[in-house]
Design a protein around this ligand. Structure first.
Ligand code: TXA
Ligand code: MG
Length: 350
């Protein structure tokens, strides 16, 4: 298949291209598009064949359910059995935006889209190109992140091209995304609303609206061996091709530990890399030093994380360390993705 490339901005949407994209979606084809979190790989959520194609294009296991994207709050009533009061409040507070909510699904949603589950994940993104595309495609667009399974989610259209060229009908370049990590997911089908994936909408923000919110145990303790409730969270993800270890502790000790180990790795012939901050970047001896931002600016760190993981692969780096970014709020999402990319290899120094 030949992939068509178009580009536009949120302020200047190419209506002709969107109309073509809508036709592609309505006839079962696939279109990659920007959202405020990461790029998505869209297909008609109500067409089982489209969902099968999404899994095939990504190389993704088909038990891993897709998020259905809408462009109006009212539209969710057709695809869910009921909207719990808390979910209504959350929608008011955070939609359109980087939040996904899980409901019991109506019969309209095929099991191909939900990976066989009786529940459905729904998101109303804020990107206006996404709105136009969802509308043109019939209102219900299933969209996982637009990467090949296992790779970091794409934050620019170039990464969609790298992963999906020739595998999808169209890629819409809408420039770099704003947030850079996937949406927060909260499950309303449990007794207590439960966070299944941390994101930009933090636990603290949700608790202001809902009171107490649970967090899936596997996010707090990834090594517990319990299977996460969001099927996608159990897979190794975002992993660079080489070895990545997170090193946590007092700054000076972290720098010394990493440099000592970099020296040994270099002596073995490894190509080395470090993920660090403005504050420490000049202190590392790695072949490739990636400064993801200032330590006190977690938004900046989040926005650069997936990009630097891909750059390491492009540069054929084989041995990597990262500083840790523990903290409350959005830090939880950053560490969740970083821990997944490191396959949970973490060194704690005290
Ligand atoms: O920000 C985002 O959410 C992006 C953009 C494109 O909107 N999409 C995204 O989709 O990250 P994906 O497919 O890469 O991640 C979806 C996650 C997976 O971990 C999946 O297991 C979980 O959502 N999920 C989807 N439906 C679910 C359900 N019914 N129950 C539990 N988890 C679900
Ligand atoms: Mg994904």
């Amino acid at each position: 298949m030949k992939t068509e490339y178009v580009s536009m901005t949120q302020d200047d949407i190419d209506r002709d291209a969107i109309a073509r994209a809508g036709e592609i979606l309505k006839s079962g084809g696939l279109v990659a598009f920007p959202t405020e979190t990461v790029y998505g790989l869209g297909g008609d959520a109500l067409n089982p064949e489209s969902s099968r194609r999404i899994y095939a294009a990504k190389g993704r296991p088909s038990d891993n359910p897709l998020i259905v994207h809408v462009c109006r709050y009212e539209d969710i009533s057709r695809i869910v059995t009921e909207i719990p009061a808390g979910a209504g409040k959350m929608a008011k507070a955070f939609w359109p935006g980087p939040l996904t909510m899980i409901f019991n699904k109506s019969p309209l949603v095929p099991y191909e889209t939900t990976g066989g589950l009786d529940t459905v994940a729904v998101r109303f993104p804020s990107n206006t190109i996404a709105h136009a595309l969802i509308e043109a495609g019939g209102g219900y667009i299933a969209a996982p992140s637009a990467n090949r399974s296992g790779r970091p989610s794409p934050t620019v259209a170039r990464y969609c091209r790298e992963d999906l060229d020739g595998r999808v009908d169209m890629i819409i370049d809408g420039g770099p995304v704003g947030i850079g990590l996937e949406s927060s997911i909260i499950d309303f089908t449990e007794e207590e609303p439960t966070i299944l994936r941390p994101g930009y909408i933090t636990r603290e923000m949700m608790e202001q609206v809902l009171g107490h919110v649970e967090v899936d145990h596997t996010i707090i303790d990834p090594k517990s061996g319990i299977v996460p409730k969001a099927p996608g969270m159990k897979y190794r993800h975002y992993a660079p091709k080489g070895s990545l270890t997170i090193v946590e502790g007092p700054a000076d000790k972290v720098v010394n530990y990493i440099n000592e180990h970099l020296e040994k790795a270099k002596a073995r012939g490894e190509k080395t890399g470090v993920i660090c901050t403005h504050e420490t970047r000049d202190r590392y001896i790695a072949d490739s030093v990636k400064d993801v931002g200032s330590r006190d600016n977690v938004d900046e760190i989040a926005g650069n994380l997936f990009h630097v993981l891909r750059e390491f692969d492009d540069e054929k780096v084989t041995w990597m360390y990262s500083e840790a970014f523990y903290g409350t709020g959005f830090h939880m999402a950053v560490m969740n993705r970083l821990q997944k990319s490191a396959g949970q290899q973490i060194v704690h120094l005290s």
